[in-house]
Design a protein around this ligand. Sequence first.
Ligand code: UDP
Length: 194
Amino acid sequence: DKFVSILGVNFIHTTMKDMVARLRKRLLNEEKTFVVTANPEIVMKTLEDPTYKQYVDLADYVTADGIGVVKGAQILGKPLPERVAGYDLMRNLLAILNEEKLKLYMLGAQEETIEKAVETVKREYPNLQLVGYHHGFFNWEDPSIINEIKEKKPDLVLVALGVPRQEKWIAEHLEEVEKGVFIGVGGSFDVLAG
Ligand code: UDP
């Protein structure tokens, strides 16, 4: 894999197609993986907040989410092939889960939003196994969500808590789990909910 550092963030030089292929392999091989789809807001946050930067540095892959990052890379003379946006990557991963009958856990958004997002996922991806979900307004110290994830061992964990919470949550819990692709997906559940 080729990486390109932009404003201190180590982006993977990849197309969506290659990124999806890479993550398919890691899903099937049960390789624990942390993905950040970094938009300009995330890049700015890493510059402002060293603790947040440490979380992002833990990611296995940081992709360029948004034309702003792709354009910025070009201006800095370090071109990236194309944008790999969180929502689109999530859709591609859900399709893989559906195809391979893999396990999904969804964390985040308001209670009624996640309920609706779950309905969309069940309708559009009937062959994946939704092993659990939880809204995103929980007590940070309460271990019940991570305990459920440790017990159910999902292949994919979508974390829609917004920036910076989603990367913080993943970074703080990654060591505790055996497997799973973990990805922060921002407002994607709101989109799935319609
Ligand atoms: N969210 C959440 N818990 C929180 C704060 C936000 O689950 O403590 C959810 C929010 O409901 C929304 C998603 O995170 O579904 C993205 O929130 P926001 O638009 O504020 O973040 P951004 O788009 O800037 O990442």
